[in-house]
Design a protein around this ligand. Sequence first.
Ligand code: AMP
Length: 277
Amino acid sequence: MTDFASLELIEPLLRALSAQGYENPTPIQESAIPPLLRGDDVLGCAQTGTGKTAAFLLPILQRLATSQRSGKRKIRGLVLTPTRELAAQINDSFANYAEFVDLRGMVIFGGVNQRPQVSQLRRGIDVLIATPGRLLDLHGQGYIDFNNIEFFVLDEADRMLDMGFIRDIQRVIRMLPDDRQNLLFSATMPNAIVKLASAFLTNPTRVEVDPESSTVERIRQVVMYVSKPNKKRLLRDLLKESDIESAIVFTRTKHGANKVVKELVRSGVEAAAIHGN
Ligand code: AMP
């Protein structure tokens, strides 16, 4: 089995990984880290949970940490991701992996006051993790300089397209310097992603990992047609009658999630909501 040292990662990164309790690279890390350290563009087909974040952050950290920096910190790495939750997670991972190197990362996303983000940007950072809207907004206001970007990551590209970010992505790409290393990660590879990838990746090394088993094999999927007023009762009955110990219920809106929780609690089911607020 390969270990992290044989992937030729530098000692401060190895130390951070062992502090995280990671013993061996995951398959996506094993296949993505060597081409990324060589400077190749990478097209990665991998889902969340495969360790893809470390697969792209570690080589970027290594290449930044081992190259000369002169003067003030400049944004040299940009990670674009569709949601603020993902952006925040990537930023947490960055902080963990960068513990023993002198590199600063930060996260920006919309829906919160921009002032703290602006003052953090002014102090100088090396890697910016961002959602597209706020990134373009702050760039438009002159707070972000794209001219020194050497690494560009498009994470969860399929979700980005689903969420309607294609134009924003294209706008960002047009503003980046030509000479840079590009990474695109996506859980699925529909035509739109292949097209996007071929528009900005140069001779990419393709890496992919299959999920352990697909949802179709592991999960019994059922569709139930039910009128809106009966949905509550159906959910309650499903939870009570089919000896389910724990469950995740997805709703379209945050308000919907809160409502379902209230109704479940009222009928004696312990429940809590998780959403962006
Ligand atoms: P990701 O797919 O990037 O969202 O990562 C999924 C989870 O796996 C995260 O909680 C990581 O901290 C963890 N992880 C990533 N790489 C490794 C590794 N080599 N060994 C153990 N855990 C890992």
